[in-house]
Write a protein that binds this ligand. Sequence first.
Ligand code: MG
Length: 258
Amino acid sequence: MASQLKAILFDFDDTLIDWSGVTLGWRKLEAKRLSRVLSFINARSKHDLTDLDSLVDTYTERTREAWAAARVNLRAPVMPEILLSTLTDMGVPEAASCLDEVLSAYDWSVVPGTVVYPDVPPALELLCNNGIRLGIVTNASLPMWMRDNELRAHGLIDYFSDCRLSAADVGYLKPQSRIFRCALEKMGTLAEETVFVGDNPIADVAGAQAVGMPAVRRLNPGASDNRHLAKPHAIVTSLAELPSLLDNWYPDWRQNGK
Ligand SMILES: [Mg+2]
């Protein structure tokens, strides 16, 4: 390990936010969001679009196709582009001229049932208090400004003022190295001074290690450690384990004393 720890980058979903309690079906949630989009378009453009099911089906199918292609080429799916092409093909080409308003109507917010892992806020607080810069790198198809709604609602956004990156904004998904390099550039730190923490062995662990970052795997209940896929520098089941891990790797990281 390098002698100094300057920053920690975190994956978002299932690393900071626990999705295991989500019970409402995704289609139902998508229908709620897209019904607001339909209402906005009908009001703004004097359309009379009523076929919500068809909008949900087409948008969901295109999203599924985009993710299937992305798994092969690691180019990030971009949710606003998918929604826009769906609307254009449904006879609403003018959606392009008011995309921001369409996305406001879509109104992405905290998904019911998601919560911050209880071990996250104390760990972030301790790291911040010791001068460690924190960032988020997420494989989301939503632009970060939309996912910021969740960070705000969960009370986490102030911890991540230096770097919040969504794959949709960078164009590439983890484990592609560009998204990690982009994050390091934003942080202004070298790979060896920056630890990555995430739950996915390939996207997070192998991706971060490929650019020279030490990687910590968050192993959640029921997940396999998948050591054959990637060997993290350490495995934790709670971020409460992170500080003592850092004590071993970077003995001087606690600027404010123990
Ligand atoms: Mg994750």
